[in-house]
Design a protein around this ligand. Sequence first.
Ligand SMILES: [Ca+2]
Length: 100
Amino acid sequence: MMLATKRSDLIKLMRGNYIDIDNIDKTKMYEIALNFVATLDKDKTGTIEFEEFYEAIADSEDVFLTDYEIKQMFNEIDVSGDGIITLNEISKVLYLVFAE
Ligand SMILES: [Ca+2]
């Protein structure tokens, strides 16, 4: 699986939303994914809808992406294509992006 989602953008997105990624490694990937969902999921549905994802990027002052790029990034994380990002989906993407 080739990811267009940039590691640097994901890091900025998480830092911009105060998600602790100082000691990122494989063993902590699930914990970080849990934190990611808990932080971005403003309406407490347990999943991340596009509006929540968009807001999180808007809150990250140093992430400069066009609306199209934000949508692309969202769609890439939303592997099932159902319009929501689940814990499972963000876990997999974090793992792919940070495992190397
Ligand atoms: Ca939600």
